[in-house]
Design a protein around this ligand. Structure first.
Ligand code: ASP
Length: 311
């Protein structure tokens, strides 16, 4: 029997100091929720879904309720889930009012033949399965959006002209707080899940890495599991989650995550974080953003959490 393990993150980016404690408490709750499920002998997929739901329902995170807003001030949320045993996985994108996008991704994975569905029609699939709707556009996000639009209009941000510089200078406004989870269950099966409102001020219709298998997340029992956070365009171009999993063929989770982030820094610059989980149940964390907020729970080490970062 394998040692159940879960690791979750609450986003890479720039976490203001006054939000560190609340972010850490949110990821700790999510890890504990997922770990309870693993302890009950339930599957890694159930654990990552439950952990992500916990964070989608917590408005501190940019996922589900609390999703960041696009250029027009609307929510277009993305999520993805993948089962390392069957290599089945699916993403959903451009959701306006599904309370838990991760549950809709699981429905697409389990009930359809597709690996990516976007927009209103997939929301109708959620309705057919009785998924609750919610207003995901919270006052705090509207306030942040108005501020970002003001900065854009007064010329202090050059809208997406050079994403990386933008995110580095103004990361507080543009990313962070996306959520992700990786788990290994008692049978040794791996799973990955993630959910996000995306980057703020994104153009309507923009889909990030989070619902894309290989980019935002990947899980393969024979390799490992990984999930990315940060600038989705980098994660897609370098297929970072699959790359980290491939590295775990010969490296531990930590070495694989660090190597993948070094590769990202060299080829694309700053703006990315990665969690990884190898076949032995060891986890890894690496990032080249200012912060990354994560928590993990295992039998041996119990619940651990950290806001890693330079400031
Ligand atoms: N990766 C997400 C996206 O590009 C954003 C994030 O992780 O903060 O949509």
């Amino acid at each position: 029997m394998a040692n159940p393990t879960i690791i979750v993150h609450g986003g890479a980016g720039n976490w203001p100091k006054n939000k560190h404690a609340i972010g850490l408490s949110g990821v700790r709750k999510a890890a504990t929720r997922g770990f309870q499920i693993l302890q009950q002998g339930r599957s890694a997929i159930q654990a990552v879904e439950a952990a992500v739901i916990e964070m989608e329902d917590n408005p501190i995170f940019n996922a589900g309720k609390g999703s960041t807003l696009n250029f027009e001030g609307n929510v277009e949320a993305d999520a993805g889930i993948m089962d390392g045993k069957t290599l089945r996985g699916a993403g959903v994108a451009l959701l306006h009012q599904v309370k838990n996008p991760i549950s809709l991704a699981r429905i697409v994975m389990e009930k359809t033949d597709h690996a990516l569905l976007a927009g209103k029609t997939v929301e109708r699939l959620g309705e057919a399965y009785g998924l609750p709707k919610a207003n995901l556009r919270l006052p705090e996000r509207i306030r942040q959006w108005k501020q970002a639009r003001r900065e854009l209009e007064n010329g202090s941000i050059k809208y997406f002209s050079r994403n990386l510089k933008l995110v580095h200078d103004k990361g507080r406004l543009f990313l962070g707080d996306t959520v992700g989870a990786l788990a290994m269950d008692q049978r040794g099966n791996l799973a990955a899940a993630d959910s996000t409102g995306g980057v703020s001020l994104k153009l309507p219709g923009r889909i990030g890495d989070s619902p894309i298998l290989g980019a935002g997340l990947y899980a393969d029992n024979k390799l490992g599991a990984a999930t990315a956070t940060g600038v989705g365009e980098i994660a897609m171009r370098l297929v970072v989650s699959k790359a980290a999993c491939d590295e775990m063929q010969s490296l531990t989770a930590q070495r694989a995550a660090s190597k993948t982030v070094r590769h990202v820094t060299r080829l694309a610059g700053r703006g990315l974080g990665i969690l990884s989980l190898d076949r032995e149940g060891r986890y890894g964390i690496a990032h080249n953003t200012l912060h990354l907020c994560w928590a993990a729970e295992t039998k041996d080490k119990g619940l651990v959490s950290q806001m890693v970062g330079s400031r």
